[in-house]
Design a binder for this molecule. Structure first.
Ligand SMILES: *Cc1c(COP(=O)(O)O)cnc(C)c1O
Length: 386
């Protein structure tokens, strides 16, 4: 960063940008990395590279941050939401398969690795290949996570990283597009710098964007890269401590498959067993619950943490439940989620996995500066809620 200031390369050209692209692409194991102003910008360019046209349906992870899907709409595409599965909380391969039965012409699939846990890529890739669909991987939350020995961000034709302030490492802001496709990387780099053509003046043949990472930010990211391993180690300790401290309660931690994946443990989350849930209702802006002995709900736990100035969060509210996306198709493992009317009322046969995890789950305080004493206090507060 200091070097950027001292050499006066303060804008979107400079040594830090080149170096951070090299550093990340060699760490991840992809050929090209394009440094951009945000993960959202990287997703937008990935959607353009995948050729999403106005009116085209795109299969998207349902339980995620809105930045995974908004760029589809920037290009005029129509997100079709694919339900989650319980083993990783990511896109359900069975629901994806169902979606291709309903919409066989879809050509692009956007999959997120939620909270740092890889999706089931063997299954998802096989389905995409069978249907000739381009896979885009949103690895914004999962930098450093590994699936079958391979870094996340490399499973799609295009991968997306974020260096926003809340991610596992940060540049304060920033993002990256990852790919093995040289032509794609070149186009993204050109689009991100206002699509200037090679000419002595400002010559434009294509629509451009101001999406390039600044050399100052790139300096921060370069500095942070040295801490990635240490951050992951610390995040894993936090996850394991919660797991141990909460093990005799009727809850489960956010799951992953120990045999074939190693998450980066970005956020520790918990899911309350159905039998241990007290009554909780949520509308579009508020939540309420009725206290019952031995039972609790995310709302009660989050309120309790907040009283002690500790910040937990609800799980990402699924996109199919968002007012902006409520009318979009939503596909569950059993078919069209919009048409299975009693999908969620019959608890034995819950088919809307995303709504269920949103209802019973929450994100726990996971900051790497948290002391073990602070974490023990949080564990104690959660225990008191039961
Ligand atoms: C943070 C995040 C993004 C967006 O990244 P920005 O750098 O904030 O634009 C996209 N997808 C997911 C899943 C994220 O968590």
């Amino acid at each position: 960063m200091t070097e950027a200031y001292n050499t006066n390369w303060m804008s979107t050209v400079g040594e830090n940008i080149n170096k951070v692209e090299e550093q990340i692409s060699s760490y991840i194991g992809c050929k090209y990395a394009v440094a951009l102003s945000a993960g959202t910008a990287a997703m937008h360019l990935a959607i353009k590279l995948a050729g999403v046209e106005p009116g085209a349906k795109v299969f998207c992870s349902d339980m995620t941050f809105s930045a995974t899907v908004n760029p589809v709409v920037y290009e005029g595409g129509v997100p079709v939401f694919i339900d989650s599965e319980y083993e990783t909380w990511n896109m359900s391969p069975a629901a994806l398969e169902k979606a291709f039965e309903l919409y066989p012409d879809v050509k692009v699939v956007v999959v997120v690795n939620l909270y740092g846990t890889p999706a089931k890529f063997d299954e998802i890739k096989a389905i995409c290949d069978r249907h000739n669909a381009v896979l885009i991987e949103d690895a914004a939350e999962s930098l450093g996570a590994v699936y079958k020995g391979r870094q996340t961000g490399t499973f799609g034709k295009y991968g997306v990283l974020s260096f926003n302030g809340n991610k596992i490492i940060t540049g304060s802001s920033g993002g990256m597009l990852l790919t093995d496709d040289k032509a794609g990387a070149d186009r993204a780099r050109k689009w991100s710098t206002q699509s200037r053509e090679a000419a002595p003046w400002y010559q434009h043949e294509e629509l451009g964007y101001n999406y390039r990472m600044s050399n100052v930010i790139a300096g921060v990211v370069r500095g942070q890269c040295n801490h990635l391993k240490e951050h992951i180690t610390r995040k894993k300790e936090i996850y394991m401590r919660y797991k141990e401290g909460l093990k005799d309660l009727p809850i489960k931690m956010n799951p992953y498959n120990e045999r074939n994946m190693e998450p980066n443990f970005w956020l520790s989350c918990m899911l309350i067993d159905r039998e241990a849930m007290c009554k909780q209702v949520r509308n579009d802006s508020d939540a309420a619950y009725i206290k019952e002995p031995g039972k609790t709900c995310p709302t009660e736990i989050l309120e309790k943490l907040a009283i002690h100035n500790a910040e937990g969060r609800p799980i990402w509210k699924p996109m199919h439940m968002q007012p902006i996306y409520r009318m979009h198709p939503f596909v569950t493992e059993t078919g069209d989620g919009r048409r299975s009317t009693n999908a969620y009322t019959d608890m034995e046969k819950t088919v809307d996995v995303g709504a269920d995890i949103f209802d019973r789950g929450l994100c726990l305080p996971s900051d790497i500066k948290m002391t073990s004493e602070e974490q023990n206090n949080i564990i104690e507060m959660i225990r008191e809620c039961f």
